[in-house]
Structures are given as structure tokens and as C-alpha cells.
Write a protein that binds this ligand. Sequence first.
Ligand SMILES: Nc1ncnc2c1ncn2[C@@H]1O[C@H](COP(=O)(O)OP(=O)(O)OP(=O)(O)O)[C@@H](O)[C@H]1O
Ligand SMILES: [Mg+2]
Length: 353
Amino acid sequence: MFSKSLIAIDFGSSAIKLVEFADPKAQKLKNAGLETLPANSIVDGVISDADEVTNCVSELMDRLKISKFGRRAGISVGGNAVMMKKVYIPEGMAGGELIELVSSEAEQNFHADLRELYWEYLVLNEVPDSQGEVPVLLTGVSKDVVDGYIEAVRNVGLRVGVVDCDVFCVMNSYEHNYGFQDKIKIFLNIGAKISQMSIVNAGEYLYSRDINFGGDDYTAAIKENLDLSFENAETMKISASQIGGEQNPEIVNIISEVNNQLSGHISNSIADFLQMDNNFGGEMDSIVLSGGSSKVLGLDAAIAAELQIPASIMNPFAGVDLKKSNASMDYLLEQGHLFGVASGLALRKFNEK
Ligand SMILES: Nc1ncnc2c1ncn2[C@@H]1O[C@H](COP(=O)(O)OP(=O)(O)OP(=O)(O)O)[C@@H](O)[C@H]1O
Ligand SMILES: [Mg+2]
């Protein structure tokens, strides 16, 4: 028999993050850990060095003392490999008629041969709008990309139980920790290369957009301006962002400039959404930041000032008992923000759809 808990693995371009809960209701954390990946092992969301990635997962599991035998892993995909599109179809469709319509919508919207994609549809709301239509979310990802992750996980000695998308994982982690929100929230998962933005109304997906901008852009700006190595610039960025960290005015200025650039990208993406959905009349409640770069010095304040709504950094374990976890409180206080995707992925059961 397989153990019920899922080993959730978030493959990022900079590091692999793993989360496992101790109980089926995900109230107690069992494992959380991270292993840095050599540069360019995962590029644009695609595994380019399978051996490095497999070794990295294997080493992380060994370090966390997780046995691989008979275990299932959850994997999540994100970035440019994932396509999402919300479409509207007439209400009351079912069976073959429904499949035929959503297939043709998927083909048109993804501009791809569906045989080359893993794709699915989800009716977001059964209540029809004034035109008698219901919203359906189409999600597609290239088989080649997903198969690369599945192979990496199998090479570690695990089976794959669940495949999810980063943006849904973050949304689910938020709801698990902070409860259902009857409001319009913007989620922003800021990694090393990519910031994934999604807009959600009372738990219902409205829009998502990947912004090719992340923590590496801060590091690159520090590197160039101060003529440092990437590694030194990275250390400077993180130390400036830590509470009580060293506040070199030059670095603070560079970070602040890049904060403004990222805030501008987010603002433009929201403007695109509003332009696309002319009927959108709701008011954005707040923006929730996750991902490694959510803690960059002053980023939350810069985004709040740009969008004129509150911004907060999500703690993916805010509602979780950490006492029995292998990770110390100190570690999770400092690094917890990196586990937004993995914590949401770990909520899934492998026999779920
Ligand atoms: N405390 C911190 N302060 C500032 N930046 C941080 C901190 N911790 C991590 N980062 C930055 O976060 C980034 C890594 O975040 P994360 O692990 O979410 O990215 P990733 O998933 O590997 O990347 P991607 O999703 O873009 O492929 C790096 O750029 C790193 O420098
Ligand atoms: Mg990531």
C-alpha cells in the first residue's frame, strides 16, 4: 500500500523545494526542505539537465531522511510551459457535446495539436451569465515538459501521483492557511526568473499572466552596477533584505529601482486584464506575495504604493502546526516564504483528479 501523504516537489529554476504534511488534513507539517540547483539545470520551466535535477531531488530526500520506497510525488508546472485560457460556453452542455466544444476551444486558444498537450477543462461556475453562458478554464501544458519532470521523479525512485500548476498551488495554500476569502485578490509568486500573477474572485480564477522578471533581475542589477560576481551580488541582495541586515545605500537604491520596475510590470498586467474584461466591475482587495523574492527589501511596500491596495507576504505555514516538523521554527521563519507552491501542492491527495 502507498502511504497517503504526497511528497510535493516544486521544481524552480534556482532550487527544488519539498513539502510533506504529516496528516491527511494537512494540519501538521512533517517535512520542508530546499536544495539549490546548479545554474541552467531548469531553463524556462523545462528540465535541461535531467541528471542534475534527479541528483538534487535525491540528495534533498536523503538529507530529510525520507524513504523513497513506495512513495508518490506531486509535481507542479509553471512559467511559459503552461497555457491557461478562460472561455465561455453555453450553459447546460454535457457529455460528448461538451467535450467536443471544449476540445475545439482548446485547440483554437492554445494554437496547438491537442495530442501534444496534457490539457483539461474546469467549469468555474455553473451559474450562467446574462448571455446564458458559463465560464470554463482551459489549462494545457506540453507533454514533453511534463514528461521530463515525470522522468526525473521516476529516476529518483518515486511515482508521480499528482500534476498541478504553480498558480493553483499558491491559491490553495493561501486558502488553507488564511481561510476562504470572499474578495478579489491578486496573487504574485515571485521566483528567480519569473513572477506568476493571478487574479481570483472569491476563490474563482479570473486571470493569470507570467511576467518574465524575478529575483535574478535584482541580482543582475547589483552585479552590473557594482561590478560584482553573481554570487556576491546575490548575497548582498539577500543580506540587505533581511531584517536588521546590512543597509548599503547603493544596494538599497538599486533594489528600490528594480522594485519600481517590477511594480510597473504588475500594474501593466492588471491594466491588460481590465482592458480584456470590460465587464469587470469589482474592486481589488489586496495583493498576496509568495516565492523566494517576495521578501526583497521594500518590494511589498513598492507594490502597495503602485497599486494603491494592501500587499502582504504569504506565510505558507501560518495555519499549520510545526512542532513535529523536521524543519526548525527558525528555518521556517527565515525560509518559509519559499514554500508557497510546494505547500499548496502537498495539500493534494494523489487519488484526486
Ligand atoms: N530572503 C530573501 N530575500 C530576498 N530574496 C530572496 C530571499 N530568499 C530567496 N530570495 C530570492 O528568491 C529567488 C528564488 O525564489 P524561488 O525559489 O521562489 O524561485 P524559483 O522557483 O527557483 O524560480 P522560478 O519559479 O522563477 O523558476 C532567488 O532569486 C533568491 O535570490
Ligand atoms: Mg518557482
